[in-house]
Structure formats: structure tokens, C-alpha cells
Write a protein that binds this ligand. Structure first.
Ligand code: HEM
Length: 400
């Protein structure tokens, strides 16, 4: 997800507060000359998207590590795996926190969760809680039925589109859409016990609520840890939402969370009223945690964050996976991925079902896959379309 856009481009960014005046301070990495007070912020605004500008600067300066001052903050970017490992492994104790920034603060509900939370006692407790109670091997096995249901639904949905509805679709399937649907269905099912927030869609695809939910998750992910001017001039935040990021991310969080938070409130009430007595999904587990007992707000924030983690990563990984399945990049150290088991199971199962169930070819009339990237992010500019044909006996495809 999330934290990890920069891992995918081997770009590691760390915010260093300035240590004024120390003569013993070691030299900073090379970088453009900053103006007094504002640093390089004007160049940043003139050269969007910022991560591409940083890559360009690194190429021009022929450096694999660069220091760019924005406002009062030194941003250090690394594009070399060996140097990145120095940060992620050797110096993990120093660099494993998260920056305090507008998008991280809002997305984590005010640092109530884990992934986006700066190093703190709260992070320690939440990380341990996730590892022992939510993402443990026991819980993973307990949730297998729900994951299987979504893998079957994936087969059913693609089969319908490429075979039953072939007259309309000409057998062409949008891989990005089906992969995103699978990931968001799995997390909704294991978290809330249902694929749908509302009535859903009879063909196993998303209903209006799920489409809105996924669109909002994508918007949040697109603005999380983005270069936002008020992060470098925090006092400005009281006056203006300079680049509009805050409004966009607030709206998207609101839209995504209105679907989920309603379910959390209803479920807490069901347990209080005694109408629910048996745990069936992770929301039940969250509500019944004893040590620590989580508040409603903490549960909501943590669930939102896990949904973002599960939605984004397996989808990206499958679209990028190479032949040796060596793309899974869970990172290491204190802040390494806490959901490796779920993430790798989902990714491998998704790929396995897609390949076992169907043959995949270029759509009619196309001679190559266009791998061009978006300018604004690292997604492929055009979604991957494929001509899909069932390769198993027809009775093996679920059609319920
Ligand atoms: C293929 C799937 C996934 C990949 C590639 C992935 C990758 C990552 C990466 C690179 C990090 C950051 C590590 C760092 O900063 O050093 C991370 C953190 C994290 N991931 Fe994943 N992830 C995946 C799936 C999941 C899933 C399914 C969950 C849970 C539902 C999850 C939960 C977390 C959590 C809680 C953290 C934060 C750990 C902390 O800050 O202490 N991840 N993940």
C-alpha cells in the first residue's frame, strides 16, 4: 500500500529535522542549493509529480542519494538497493519511525492505528496486538473458508464475463479491475463477514457501495505520503489547504469510512445487547479484545488501515509479479510487514487461480502489452486487458 510506493521505486525518503549549528554534524548528501527559509519548495511546486523531479535531479547530479531541503525539513531520497538496505536494515533503529504528516495523521484517525504511526508505545502495543490476535497463524487458518469463497467468486466472475457474457465482452477482461475486486472482497469478507456493504451485484461483481469504497481507497492511497506543502510549513495549515490535498484526502477517508464505520457501530451494539455471542470474523475479534481493550475509534482506524494494506499490495504485486514470484517486497526490521502470511497467501492464490482457470492472451488486434507508466504514479497508464478463455471443464466453474 501505502507506506510502500517508495519501496517499489527503491526510493526511500526520510524526514530529518535540522540540527542547527553543530560543527560535528557529518555532511549531508548532495542536493540542489536551497533558498533561505523556504528551501527548494518553489522548484518542487514547479516540477510535479515530485517523485519524478527527484529522480531527474538524481540523474542530473549522478547520485544515488540526494538531500533536498523543503521548508525546514531535509528530505533524503535513495535510489540504490544497497544504500536503501543501510537505512532499512543496518540503521533500522534510527530510521524506522514514520513521518508526522497531514495525510498519515488523517488516514490513521489521529495515529490510533499501526502502519502509519510514528514510533511510540502505542505503536508497540498495536503491532503486538495485530501479530498475536489478528494476523496470527491461528486466525489465518480460521479465516480460510472466507478466503476460499472469494477465490471461487473470482473464478465465477471471470467465467461469466469471458464465457457466458462473451457476446458483449468479446471475451476481454480488465485484469486490474478483477484483481482489485478480489483483494477488496477478501478483506471485506474476513473483516466484516460479507463481500458487500449493500446488496452487491448478482454476478459476483461490486455494487455501488463497493465501487465507491474502492474509488475512495485509491484516492487515499494516491495522496498518502504525497508531497504536501503544509507538511513543510505546518503553520500554513491553519491558514490554507495550499495544494488542496487535505480536502481531497478528508473527503475520500469520509466516503470510505462511512461504509465501514456503520458496520463497526452496529456490531459493537450487537455484542452489548447479547444478540451476537460467537465470533465469526475479525471485527468480532477486535471488539472482544481484552488486553488491550480497544475503543470504537481505535477499532475503526485500525480496520481502515488494514483494508488499505490488503487492498493495495496484493493487487500491485500480482500485476507486477515476475516468473519466479520474487517480487514480494515485505521489507524487514521493526516496521516490516505484519501481514506477510495473508499478503503472500492472497497474492499466490490470486495468481494461481487466474492461471489454473483460464488462458490469457492479448486482445484481438493488439500485438504487445503497453507497459507505459502513469505520469502521476507508478500504475500502468492503461489497465491490462486480456482475451480470456476457460481452460478447465465447464462444470468446475462455480456458477451459483
Ligand atoms: C503482497 C502484499 C503485501 C506487501 C507486499 C506488503 C508490504 C509491506 C511493506 C513494504 C511494509 C512497510 C515495511 C517498512 O516500512 O519497513 C508493510 C507494513 C505493514 N503491512 Fe504489509 N504488505 C502486504 C500485505 C499486507 C496485509 C494483507 C496486511 C494486513 C492485513 C499488512 C499489514 C501491514 C502492517 C500492519 C504493516 C506495518 C508494520 C508496522 O509499521 O509495524 N500488509 N507491508
Amino acid at each position: 500500500m501505502i507506506v510502500y510506493g517508495f519501496f517499489l521505486v527503491s526510493l526511500f525518503i526520510y524526514w530529518l529535522t535540522r540540527n542547527n549549528g553543530s560543527k560535528l554534524q557529518p555532511p549531508l548528501p548532495p542536493g540542489p542549493k536551497p533558498l533561505p527559509f523556504i528551501g527548494c519548495i518553489i522548484n518542487m511546486l514547479r516540477n510535479k509529480p515530485t517523485f519524478r523531479w527527484i529522480h531527474r535531479l538524481m540523474d542530473e547530479m549522478k547520485t544515488k542519494i540526494i538531500c533536498i531541503r523543503l521548508g525546514n525539513i531535509h528530505v533524503i531520497a535513495v535510489s540504490d538497493p544497497i544504500i536503501a538496505c543501510k537505512f532499512l536494515k543496518d540503521k533500522d533503529a534510527i530510521f524506522s519511525s514514520r513521518p508526522d504528516c497531514m495525510s498519515g495523521f488523517l488516514t490513521s484517525g489521529g495515529y490510533l492505528s499501526t502502519v502509519l504511526v510514528p514510533m511510540s508505545d502505542h505503536w508497540k502495543i498495536m503491532r503486538k496486538t495485530l501479530a498475536t490476535n489478528i494476523l496470527s497463524l491461528d486466525k489465518h487458518k480460521w479465516l480460510q473458508d472466507k478466503r476460499d469463497r472469494e477465490a471461487d467468486n473470482l473464478l465465477r466472475y471471470i467465467y461469466k464475463r469471458c464465457h457466458i457474457d462473451a457476446a458483449v465482452t468479446r471475451g476481454v477482461v480488465n485484469v486490474r479491475t478483477v484483481v482489485q475486486q478480489y483483494s477488496s472482497n477478501v478483506i471485506r469478507n474476513i473483516m466484516f463477514g460479507s463481500r458487500y456493504f449493500g446488496k452487491g451485484n448478482a454476478d459476483g461483481g461490486p455494487g455501488d457501495e463497493e465501487i465507491e469504497h474502492v474509488d475512495s481507497l485509491l484516492t487515499v492511497l494516491g495522496h498518502l505520503y504525497a508531497f504536501c506543502v503544509t507538511d513543510y510549513f505546518p503553520w500554513l495549515r491553519w491558514i490554507t489547504d495550499f495544494d488542496g490535498h487535505e480536502k481531497i484526502i478528508r473527503n475520500a477517508i469520509y466516503t470510505a469510512r462511512k461504509h465501514q464505520d456503520r458496520l463497526v457501530d452496529e456490531r459493537i451494539q450487537e455484542w452489548k445487547d447479547g444478540v451476537r455471542t460467537k465470533e465469526d470474523d475479525l471485527l468480532d475479534v477486535f471488539i472482544n479484545l481484552k488486553n488491550p481493550r480497544l475503543t470504537g475509534n481505535q477499532i475503526k482506524a485500525q480496520i481502515f488501515e488494514l483494508i488499505l494494506a490488503t487492498f493495495d499490495n496484493p493487487a500491485n504485486e500480482v500485476v507486477l509479479t515476475d516468473h519466479n514470484l520474487q517480487m514480494l517486497s515485505f521489507s524487514t526490521g521493526r516496521r516490516g510487514c505484519a501481514g506477510v502470511l495473508l499478503g503472500s497467501t492472497m497474492t499466490v492464490m490470486l495468481l494461481a487461480r487466474l492461471l489454473q482457470g483460464f488462458t490469457w492472451e492479448l486482445p484481438p488486434g493488439e500485438s504487445y502489452v503497453d507497459l507505459k507508466e502513469n505520469i502521476q504514479d507508478l500504475m500502468k497508464a492503461n489497465p491490462l486487458l486480456a482475451l480470456v478463455k476457460p481452460r478447465l471443464s465447464h462444470h468446475l466453474y462455480p456458477t451459483y
